[in-house]
Ligand binder design. Structure first.
Ligand SMILES: *Cc1c(COP(=O)(O)O)cnc(C)c1O
Length: 423
């Protein structure tokens, strides 16, 4: 590290010892970073090719208002998503308010009373508890007479194939597979593993809809779950595919039938995809998608760097520093509420927006326990931007993600480590 760089790190509150430690660790990561850059290069061309194939034009960047009939930019963006995910169709809208909404929409539109939903990789993401009705809630799938079954992963993290086979019955209509770990201590699934599970499920029951919660997984690998048999992939535009620029939105990419169902549910029976003005968000959605492969790469580098720094400090991390990544989430098992809060304070202090505020645990809608969140983001709550959060419960894990530029991700981790050391 040059003296000049060292100096600005010190000015920004990072000790020379810690900054030097970071350099030593980085020197050993050259090959891993190179592999990440290669994936980003591949995905950059995939996205570019998808845009060119769909003939994205300057006119696509102009939005519509009101009903949004004949919204060229919206319809073309959906074609671009379908090209990227190699699906028949896609629904990509600012009217899909967040990831949970996209998932709820995919589920509610493709399930009917009397159907059963199966989660074969354990309990899904916390906010789906109320969607499914695991925790009673107004408007849940349970209220509409849609039943739910769950098969947990085996203790070693592998699929319980026997249990899954036994759980599939004549009512099983849709299987929801969550790729990322969410707030659970379990392995993230690679696309390849996800594909193996889908093949197995289809071998038991051929016509079951396989839906993948793809949150945090987009562009981490060169293939997506829809390349290995998923009928629907679902995610949030304030995570990877929004590239940090999309100010809102969610996507569902999948078969024509699944997307048609989703569109009629999102707007109204009879209207479907024909309405839904894109307002003024299309330039950000397009440009964010264009940036998404390299932004995801920055987030991945940040996660890997964090895991090595923390392991070095004696903190248990998951995935372990040396493990291959299938999403951008890094969990650190901090084992004390004070450390969890200190880590989040460090991330907040490293933010470009609201760096001077102190994050506090709060009762967040959709979550059972109090949650602490550090995010000083340009897009509120965006977790492709540098952010950290965790529920205040044993084992006091912090989930760290994002960093839309690698230098910022690196700085944020150093700052969080400095806060941990000082606490
Ligand atoms: C973030 C996330 C969700 C929910 O997305 P929100 O935009 O926060 O509603 C669902 N599943 C997984 C795996 C996630 O990471």
């Amino acid at each position: 590290m040059t003296d000049k760089l060292s100096e600005i790190y010190m000015e920004m509150g990072i000790s020379k010892t810690l900054a030097d430690k970071g350099e030593t660790i980085l020197n050993s990561l050259e090959n891993r970073f190179k592999a990440i850059d290669e994936t980003a290069e591949y995905n950059q061309l995939k996205v570019l090719g998808a845009m060119q194939k769909a003939r994205v034009s300057e006119g696509c960047l102009h939005g519509t208002t009101g009903y949004g009939y004949n919204d060229l930019g919206r319809d073309t963006l959906e074609e671009v998503y379908a090209n990227i995910f190699h699906t028949e169709d896609a629904l990509v809208r600012p009217q899909i308010t967040c990831g949970t909404h996209a998932l709820a929409l995919a589920l509610m539109s493709n399930l009917r009373p009397g159907d059963e939903l199966l989660c074969p990789v354990g309990k899904p993401y916390d906010t789906l508890d109320e969607v499914i009705g695991i925790r009673p809630s107004i408007g849940s799938l349970a209220e509409y007479g849609i039943s739910y079954r769950q098969v947990d992963l085996l203790p070693d993290g592998s699929f319980d194939l026997e249990g899954i086979k036994n759980a599939i019955n004549e009512k099983t209509k849709l299987v929801e597979i969550q790729r990322s770990r969410g707030y659970a201590t379990r392995p993230t699934l690679s696309v390849e593993k996800t594909g193996e599970l889908i093949s197995y499920i289809k071998s038991v029951k051929n016509d079951v809809i396989c839906m993948v919660d793809n949150c945090y997984g987009e562009f981490v690998e060169t293939i997506e779950p829809s390349d290995v048999g998923a009928d629907m992939v679902v995610g949030s535009l304030i995570k990877n595919p929004g590239g940090g620029l999309s100010p809102i939105g969610g996507y569902i990419a999948g078969t024509s039938k699944c997307i048609e169902n989703a569109a009629y549910r999102l707007t109204s029976p009879g209207l479907g995809k024909e309405v839904g003005a894109s307002l003024h968000v299309l330039p950000n959605m397009y440009q964010g998608l264009f940036l998404a492969p390299t932004v995801t790469a920055s987030a991945l580098k940040s996660a890997i760097f964090a895991s090595y720094m923390l392991e070095d400090m004696g903190v248990e991390v998951s995935p372990k520093a040396s493990e291959t990544r299938y999403d951008i989430i890094q969990e650190a098992i901090l084992k004390s509420p004070d450390k969890l809060i200190a880590f989040c304070k460090g991330i907040q202090a490293a933010a470009p927006v609201d760096s001077y505020v102190t994050p506090e645990p709060w009762d967040m809608p959709g979550y059972d326990d109090q949650v602490i969140m550090a995010a000083g983001a340009f897009v509120s709550g965006s977790s492709i931007e540098l952010s950290a959060d965790g529920p205040l419960k044993e084992p006091y894990s912090v989930y760290f993600q994002g960093g839309i530029t690698w230098p910022h991700g690196k700085f944020g981790i150093l700052k969080a480590c400095q806060c941990l050391l000082d606490s």
